[in-house]
Design a protein around this ligand. Sequence first.
Ligand SMILES: Cc1cc2nc3c(=O)[nH]c(=O)nc-3n(C[C@H](O)[C@H](O)[C@H](O)COP(=O)(O)O)c2cc1C
Length: 209
Amino acid sequence: MSDTEFDRKPQKDARRGPPILSCYDDLAGSCAYGWSMLERGVKDRKSAFHTPSVATVTADGSPTIRTVVLRSCDSAAKSLRFHTDTRSGKIAELKQNPMAAMHFYDAGAKVQLRLAVRLACLDGDAYDAAWAATRPMSRECYQVMQSPGSQIDDPYGVTFDPQATKDGEDHFVPVVAHVLRMEWLYLAAKGHRRALFDFEADTQSWLVP
Ligand SMILES: Cc1cc2nc3c(=O)[nH]c(=O)nc-3n(C[C@H](O)[C@H](O)[C@H](O)COP(=O)(O)O)c2cc1C
């Protein structure tokens, strides 16, 4: 296999390499498999899908991207959730422009998902449930007194105050990503498979890889 596997022509003898996914030629099955990988990504900390990249657009129109932890997946509602700090750049960006992208790649499974999403901050019961489920260790990062990303002279000068931040709740925000489209890419020796699932238009199609 080449370094990236993508730049391979379909192989006549495809017996080499890992077993082919059962959804290889199954369009709806590929979509379902993608969602099952996202669901597993929430529960399995070792899964590559546990830490996706989320891309937003800054006020000057530039793209920016960062890693987050995937906290929940609702395949019926077509939504994902991650947590962040209310003062972070991504929150300012999603308030300006909620359209974002998420990227997942599992090198073992040879599956890449590219999601077009609309981001929104959760409130009410959904907020309360997400906060209640956070572990003490996770809460600590929201107890930081200086805004994340602000300049400091001394890295030891960062202060954390559970009292002043209500244990961190003051700065905690769960973000829902409504999945509008999912692009599936499966790298396989006998020929790659690529597909687009549009959940708004309720359409699905194979694409040229
Ligand atoms: C493995 C890993 C997991 C991370 N998980 C999160 C997360 O769940 N939420 C978060 O806000 N930042 C997380 N970060 C930090 C972000 O990637 C980013 O540096 C930070 O949120 C600031 O991003 P922003 O200024 O673009 O908002 C994680 C970083 C890594 C490397």
